[in-house]
Design a protein around this ligand. Structure first.
Ligand SMILES: C[S@@+](CC[C@H](N)C(=O)[O-])C[C@H]1O[C@@H](n2cnc3c(N)ncnc32)[C@H](O)[C@@H]1O
Length: 219
């Protein structure tokens, strides 16, 4: 069953509201509905909109692609990606792109973490990578960071903005960051309005365990 969820973000220091419509499908697959990390990352993108305008943005594990579509609405050139085997996810995000009139700003391609396929090897210059709730299964952590490290090797000033839902205190990416030559900064949610009880018009009051990470290539 398909439904359209509407997000309404208030823009910083402005009276305008940024409205984003996202197609969701009631389905057990992870990428068919919008996870709580996505409005938080969307809020971050909106807060730092100046950093996105005209930039090449890649969203990994995009699912319903709320942060990537926000970036496109703000004027970025966006590539939305999800695992090759989740075709329906890509078709779904195309529907959302149409609804939000960003088809000319967005390309949708398969990109499976850790796979060195042409879709990864042929990527253009990337300035910003977005990833909302991609670190949800420890067995994927290294594949994600290998992919990020590869992109950053080719684009040394690229940054990876990622929201992370803490699901277990024993999970950590620290050693893997070290292994793949990456460094991570935790950005307090209060710095960009990511700590609000309501983000994009949706109740976030019980979503206390989300963290905002900025990952870069180690110097
Ligand atoms: C927890 S969901 C988050 C979806 C979306 N970013 C959000 O926050 O609403 C994880 C996403 O990662 C994608 N994914 C899972 N395994 C993957 C893989 N090996 N390569 C690329 N994407 C993958 C899933 O299809 C899903 O869209």
């Amino acid at each position: 069953m398909e439904r359209v969820k509407t997000f309404e973000f208030s823009e910083k220091d402005q009276d305008r509201i940024l409205v984003v419509q996202i197609v969701e499908i009631v389905d057990p697959e992870y990428g068919m509905f919008t996870w709580p990390c996505a409005p938080v990352l969307g809020q971050f993108v909106l807060h730092y909109r100046e950093k996105c305008i005209g930039k090449n943005v890649l969203e990994i594990g995009a699912g319903t692609a709320l942060p990537g579509i926000i970036a496109a609405k703000l004027g970025a050139n966006v590539i939305l990606t999800d695992a090759g085997r989740f075709r329906q996810c890509q078709e779904n995000s195309m529907k959302s792109c149409r609804l939000n009139n960003v088809v000319d700003k967005v390309r949708i391609i398969p990109l499976t973490w850790g796979d060195f396929t042409p879709s990864l090897l042929d990527l253009p210059k990337i300035d910003i990578i977005l990833g909302s709730d991609c670190f949800y299964s420890p067995s994927d952590f290294e594949d994600i960071l290998v992919t990020i490290a590869y992109i950053m090797e080719r684009n040394p000033s690229c940054v990876f903005w990622s929201t992370y839902q803490v699901r277990s205190c024993s999970w950590s990416i620290e050693d893997l960051l070290d292994k793949w030559g990456l460094t991570c900064t935790h950005i307090p949610l209060c710095m960009f309005g990511g700590d609000k009880e309501n983000i994009g018009g949706h109740d976030m009051s019980n979503k206390h365990t989300i963290q905002m990470l900025e990952i870069k290539k180690s110097s």
